[in-house]
Design a protein. Structure first.
Ligand code: NAD
Length: 476
């Protein structure tokens, strides 16, 4: 994907890290301690499929254990390799610190094209991979907690959780060994769409920041902004759907692995998603222009570009031609270090991956806490909250009637005010709060320091500072 004169993904992450630490005053040696990846475990295992043994290669990398458990998704893709997994694990460390999820960073991957296998085969492969990691405590509720990533979802997480429970029958917290599970198997409401929802909240936070908008040359609200999204998977689909259906954005372009759709009038995200689910391809979608060279649309005219597929897609070969004034990195590492420099010089504002896609790990954190507390959020207080609100409404209505004023509370107000928060409302509230708080902490550095001219450096400064504080507290 990257031109050969570009650094690897891992080097790209390190270069961005180095640019930030050059502006910090860390004790000697701590910078390297934070930067390096603590350990990467490679596993090769065989599974008997279709009459012969097939050998698979997988990885689990632990970047930093300044907090435990360490956390990070498991990716299923043919391009998975040690370098990529280590880069992604490093990003997890910085991401968790930035959004104050109390985890170290980790990541896993399996070299596999999941589309080549049926459900039963994928279950066998996933269970075997999980077995290899569980027996080495590389999946464990107290030490290392995976989640979904590219090519995996709640189904794979449910298999992993079940495998852990089979191997640890007396661990009462076993279900917390992995997050992103289905709600009927220990998951939490709102996790599936959490990363896309987080992208939406991140953009809302950005559009409340007048100084930030000015730097990008943008004005007004999200309403009417033209969006191009790459990758209509879990993250891209939910982000595009929420932005178009709830914030009035116009999704004018959708890029998938086999082409791109373009329509200035705005695409129906759900219809495209359903088309792909049914036909397995974006091509042939009837109501838009389809271009075979999908990646070309990354250079298309729009207000917001959302790369939500894979790393390195905006690189030295196309960065100069990217027209979007605002890029939000929904995927991990979609902009290489070289492209980042070109875009910064052009004045493009980039909302960095470690913040933009942190919604997933944030809601994973809520799921983990729910699993450890063995009770769904809101279960104890919801009815009590509703009863107290009912008291206020009854009293207001009595006062209004007794005084003869005759005020009526609108049915809409009553309905909203009387309804106590359930799990989904609490998850959304926690996610919104997390994304807003983290944005403010980055923006304070971005706008407040003369030597910081981009959000990525600001994000690194905030998160490295937190990781360093953790190490200092440990006496390191
Ligand atoms: P996914 O597998 O659900 O979706 C990926 C999508 O990208 C698919 O629709 C796929 O067809 C498409 N795609 C693949 N190659 C492409 C190409 N060359 N051009 C255009 N589209 C292409 O994966 P996901 O979970 O949505 O993850 C996407 C990105 O978001 C990854 O970088 C991942 O690390 C990151 N991320 C995911 C989560 C999460 O909760 N799932 C959390 C944080 C970050």
């Amino acid at each position: 994907m990257n031109p050969s004169n570009e650094p690897s993904f891992r080097d790209s992450v390190d270069m961005m890290f180095n640019r930030a630490v050059a502006l910090m005053d860390l004790p000697p040696g701590l910078e390297e301690k934070i930067r390096v990846c603590n350990a990467t475990y490679t596993v090769r295992f065989g599974v008997r499929l279709r009459g012969k043994i097939q050998t698979f290669t997988g990885y689990r990398s632990v970047h930093s254990e300044h907090m435990e458990p360490v956390k990070g998704g498991i990716r299923y893709a043919m391009a998975v390799n040690q370098n990529e997994v280590e880069a992604l694990a490093a990003l997890m460390t910085y991401k968790c610190a930035l959004v104050e999820a109390p985890f170290g960073g980790s990541k896993g991957g399996l070299c596999i094209d999941p589309r080549e296998y049926d459900d039963h085969e994928l279950e066998l492969i996933t269970r075997r991979f999980a077995y290899e990691l569980i027996k080495r405590d590389m999946i464990n509720p107290a030490q290392n907690v995976p989640a979904p990533d590219m090519g995996t979802g709640e189904r794979e997480m449910a298999w992993i959780a079940d495998q852990y429970k089979r191997m640890n029958t007396t661990d009462i917290n076993g279900v917390a060994c992995v997050t992103g599970k289905p709600t009927n198997a220990g998951g939490i409401q709102g996790r599936t769409e959490a990363t896309g929802r987080g992208v939406q909240y991140a953009l809302r936070a950005f559009f409340r920041d007048e100084q930030g908008k000015k730097k990008a040359g943008l004005e007004g609200k999200l309403d009417g902004k033209r969006v191009i999204v790459q990758g209509l998977g879990n993250v891209g689909y939910h982000a595009a759907k929420f932005l178009s259906q709830e914030d009035g954005c116009k999704v004018v372009g959708i890029i998938e692995r086999d082409g791109a759709l373009h329509d200035e009038a705005g695409l129906d995200v759900d219809a495209v998603y359903q088309w792909i689910a049914k036909h397995g391809t974006i091509t042939g979608y009837p109501s838009a222009n389809c271009e075979a060279d999908g990646a070309k649309l990354l250079e298309g005219e729009c207000d917001i570009l959302i790369p939500a597929a894979l790393e390195g897609v905006i690189n030295l070969s196309n960065a100069e031609r990217v027209q979007a004034p605002l890029i939000i990195e929904a995927a991990n590492g979609p902009v290489t270090a070289g492209a980042d420099e070109i875009l910064r010089k052009k004045g493009t504002v980039i909302i960095p991956d470690m913040y933009a896609n942190a919604g997933g790990v944030t809601v994973s954190y809520f799921e983990w806490v729910k699993n450890l507390s063995h009770i769904r959020f809101g279960r104890m207080q919801r009815r009590q909250e509703e009863a107290r609100h009912q008291l206020v409404v009854d009293e207001l209505e009595r006062l209004s009637s007794d005084s003869g004023i005759g005020w009526q509370l609108s049915p809409n107000f009553k309905e909203q005010y009387l309804r106590g928060a359930g799990e989904l409302e609490l998850v959304r509230s926690g996610l919104d709060d997390t994304m807003s708080t983290a944005y403010d902490s980055m923006a304070a550095v971005w706008h407040g320091r003369d030597d910081v001219d981009d959000l990525r450096t600001a994000a690194y400064l905030v998160s490295i500072d937190k990781v360093a504080a953790s190490y200092r507290a440990k006496g390191l």
